[in-house]
Ligand binder design. Structure first.
Ligand code: C2E
Ligand code: CA
Ligand code: CA
Length: 758
């Protein structure tokens, strides 16, 4: 019996020691309380062992006292443990302090009792019996029991309270601790009154200490795990369905029930599962992801579904599980993002990149259909923004987008390429010019302003090679539109290959121009101007380009291009200088009787200070301004008549002679004569050739000559090719001529040789 009891006590001490050590390693207040509790229980175990097994009355008395003291402390610690665990007994600090103080005093008293026996005394051990005599009248003796029993009662009540209140998952642990407490208490009562040395209540308290350790750190109720998990799963934002090995739906959570409108048995889901199994067939893997649209409250939502085969530890099939993740928001924001990346923010039309992609896809998918690309542009759109404000500008763009959408039909792809540039790709047979004119007209109505007219112009490219990059197709349509940019009466032009050739030529000329100018590839030719007797009195300077690869290029090839590119002023300044230089040379060689007429282009007035340049030249080369005649066409003058007239007037005052070139080819010729102050009118015979009614033309020519004479202006006719023309002009009163009949434009040295200059 003794041996068995001893083994039990040793096991208990060891177990409590382990519990104490383990609790010490844990963190947190609860762990600290448990550590103290386990340590005191461990100590109590050792003392109790000594009490039972170490002989001698003194040791027995001391150990008995100490065990009683340990009980006091264990009860206090149990109270703290219960407080932490149950949340009860908060806020009675003073009472707790008093209890601790009392326990401390009692501990001292119980130790002192070994000598004084004022609380109890122990008799000699007889067999397994030991007589413990309590001093009945002792205050501490009575207090010890009152104190312990009251505390135990409070603890029992606390656990009863918690059992009644706690969730069913936690009830079990309170029930176990309470049972241990009650059993321990009853055993304690019994052992006090028995004289046996084997105090089973001690073992019960030891067991309770271990239970406390277990419930605090190790115990997780299965039911709790299951219930919490199922609660979490039920309320989750993800849907879950599980099917067992016979295809029976063993679980589906609320979301799935809502999605598939399942009430009661989920037969619908089982049917779906079988369909899915037969559909996926061979492709089925243990883990799969796929997407599925599901209608919910009339709105389509997108679910990503993860299919998972679940196996147990031994790799036996458990269930097929489907987890539904709602990806609607992600997909929507992705779509939104995609939309933003592919559409123009302002108008909602396709943007450039998307237009290129969609168009080439459309062409690729319909190789037998014929498509066209229309690109439009608004002239000087930045002025709209400046004059009427950005908002008005935006309104116009929005209006254009709307018109394009409604007028081009469902099959068309409409885009805003950039700024005021729009593009459409549609079938050629669906395109009608009137449709475009209507769009243009309606856009133009947007600006009702007398000082600014909106000019919308578009180019159409009928696609010939669908494999060509769409950007090039747009370039072609734009190229066509550029041809009517300056023509306010046109709003539509078609692309043809000639246009491309011209544009390539333009780029080539512009690209080569600066270098050519630097390397003196431009040369001045002279075409004599003669009197009635055929005697030269001057010449017109006409430029030629001695191109290293293309040979001698006529001005018809490059003048217009350079004018358009705003480069003509560089060439003109160069030729003017050459003319001035030549005049200076002739003057020096006493051949100063010949003048040279130079051409001034419209654009020169914008880009050069014409007055400064010419006066500068005559000063630099010390020539007579009268010898440098300035030819200017009436159209050049018209661009800013008042200002240009003023400049010409100042040049005239300086001594220059002004010639109106190509007189008669413009519209306002006669009317203009009253305001113009020129020295010479230069009439092109081409004007006669072009006129349908030759007789009428001749009459007009004669009138001009007479009129000019009356206004005090000289007249020179150019383009004279035949003797017949010459005699007719002479008869009409013209005294100066220029034309192939006399000489073609020739290099300067040829001219000099012919007229014996130098
Ligand atoms: P333009 O000023 O009217 O020059 C007269 C053009 O008529 C010259 O053509 C000349 O070669 C041509 N021509 C002369 N006699 C006859 C004839 O009997 N019959 C015919 N059919 N044509 C004749 P070109 O040299 O080809 O110059 C063409 C135009 O280029 C010039 O017309 C002028 O507007 C421009 N141009 C020439 N050189 C310059 C220049 O240095 N600066 C500027 N801005 N323009 C120039
Ligand atoms: Ca001329
Ligand atoms: Ca001319």
């Amino acid at each position: 019996m003794k041996a068995l009891y001893g083994v039990l006590i040793i096991i208990e001490i060891l177990a409590l020691g382990v519990c104490a050590l383990k609790a010490e390693k844990r963190r947190g207040k609860l762990a600290k309380i448990v550590f103290c509790y386990e340590s005191v229980a461990f100590l109590c175990g050792i003392i109790f062992a000594a009490y039972t097994f170490v002989p001698g009355v003194f040791v027995t008395t001391l150990c008995k006292g100490l065990t009683l003291a340990c009980f006091d402390w264990l009860l206090i610690l149990l109270m703290y443990y219960t407080q932490y665990y149950t949340g009860l007994f908060h806020g009675v600090r003073v009472v707790k302090l008093l209890m601790e103080a009392y326990a401390a005093i009692e501990t001292v008293m119980l130790i002192v009792n070994a000598w004084t026996h004022h609380m109890f005394s122990v008799g000699e051990m007889t067999g397994d019996m030991i007589a413990v005599e309590f001093v009945k009248g002792s205050f501490f003796y009575q207090m010890h029991f009152i104190y312990s029993y009251v505390l135990i009662a409070i603890l029992i009540l606390a656990y009863l309270f918690m059992i009644a209140r706690a969730s069913k998952f936690y009830r079990f642990r309170y029930e176990v601790i309470l049972s241990a407490l009650v059993v321990g208490f009853v055993l304690d009562l019994l052992s006090i009154h028995s004289q046996s040395i084997y105090d089973v209540s001690m073992i019960m308290f030891g067991v309770m200490s271990m239970l406390i350790y277990y419930f605090t750190f190790s115990y997780v109720p299965n039911e709790l795990i299951e219930s919490t998990l199922s609660l979490i799963i039920r309320d989750m934002n993800n849907g879950i369905i599980c099917f067992d090995n016979r295809g029976t739906c063993v679980y589906c959570n609320d979301l799935v029930r809502k999605l598939y409108k399942v009430s009661g048995r989920p037969d619908v889901l089982e049917q779906m599962y079988w369909n899915w199994l037969s559909d996926s067939g061979e492709k089925r893997a243990d883990l799969m992801r796929f997407q599925m649209p599901v209608e919910e409250d009339g709105k389509e939502r997108y679910y990503e579904i993860v299919y998972k085969r679940v196996y147990d530890d031994k790799n036996n099939f458990v269930c097929d599980c489907f987890i539904f993740n709602d990806r609607t928001e992600e997909i929507e924001s992705l779509e939104h993002e995609k939309y933003r990346a592919s559409h123009d923010r302002l108008t909602g039309l396709l943007n450039r990149e998307q237009f290129y992609l969609d168009t080439s896809e459309r062409l690729h998918q319909n190789p037998d259909k014929k498509y066209c690309i229309i690109c439009s542009n608004i002239r000087d759109f930045k002025f709209v923004n400046e004059l009427f404000g950005i908002e008005k500008g935006n309104d116009i763009l929005l209006r254009q987008a709307e018109l394009m959408r409604t007028h081009t039909g469902a099959g068309a792809l409409c885009a805003r390429l950039q700024g005021d540039r729009f593009a459409v790709c549609m079938e050629q047979k669906a395109f009608r010019e009137e449709m475009l004119f209507e769009i243009v007209e309606k856009i133009q109505e947007e600006v009702n302003n007398s000082s600014f007219r909106l000019h919308v112009f578009a180019g159409v490219y009928n696609i010939q090679n669908p494999k060509e990059p769409v950007s090039i197709m747009c370039d072609k349509a734009n190229l066509a539109s550029e041809t009517i940019k300056n023509d306010y009466h046109s709003s539509l032009a078609y692309y043809d290959d000639e246009l491309l050739k011209r544009s390539i030529e333009e780029r080539r000329i512009i690209g080569e121009f600066e270098r050519a100018l630097e390397q003196n590839e431009f040369v001045m030719f002279l075409q004599p101007q003669v009197d009635e007797a055929g005697k030269a009195y001057g010449a017109e300077a006409l430029v030629r380009w001695e191109h290293p690869e293309r040979g001698l290029l006529s001005p018809a090839v490059f003048i217009d291009i350079l004018e358009k590119a705003g480069l003509i002023y560089k060439l003109d300044r160069y030729i003017w200088e050459k003319a001035a230089e030549k005049l200076a040379e002739w003057k020096k060689n006493n051949a100063g009787a010949y003048h040279i007429s130079v051409n001034i282009s419209t654009k020169d007035f914008y880009l050069v200070d014409v007055y400064e340049t010419f006066t500068g030249l005559v000063q630099k080369y010390e020539i007579d301004p009268e010898m440098l005649k300035l030819e200017i066409t009436e159209t050049a003058l018209m661009s800013d008549f008042k200002k240009n007239m003023e400049i010409l007037k100042r040049l005239q005052d300086f001594g220059f002679k002004i010639e109106i070139d190509d007189f008669g080819s413009g519209y306002s010729s006669l009317n203009m004569l009253k305001d113009i102050s020129a020295d010479v009118l230069k009439i092109d015979m081409g004007f006669l050739r072009a006129s349908e009614n030759e007789v009428k033309g001749k009459d007009i020519l004669e009138s001009i000559i007479v009129l000019a004479d009356k206004l005090g202006m000289e007249v020179i006719t150019e383009g004279v090719e035949t003797e017949k023309q010459l005699s007719m002009l002479t008869r009409m009163g013209c005294k100066m001529f220029q034309g192939y009949y006399f000489s073609r434009p020739v290099p300067v040295d040829e001219f000099e040789e012919k007229y014996g200059i130098n």
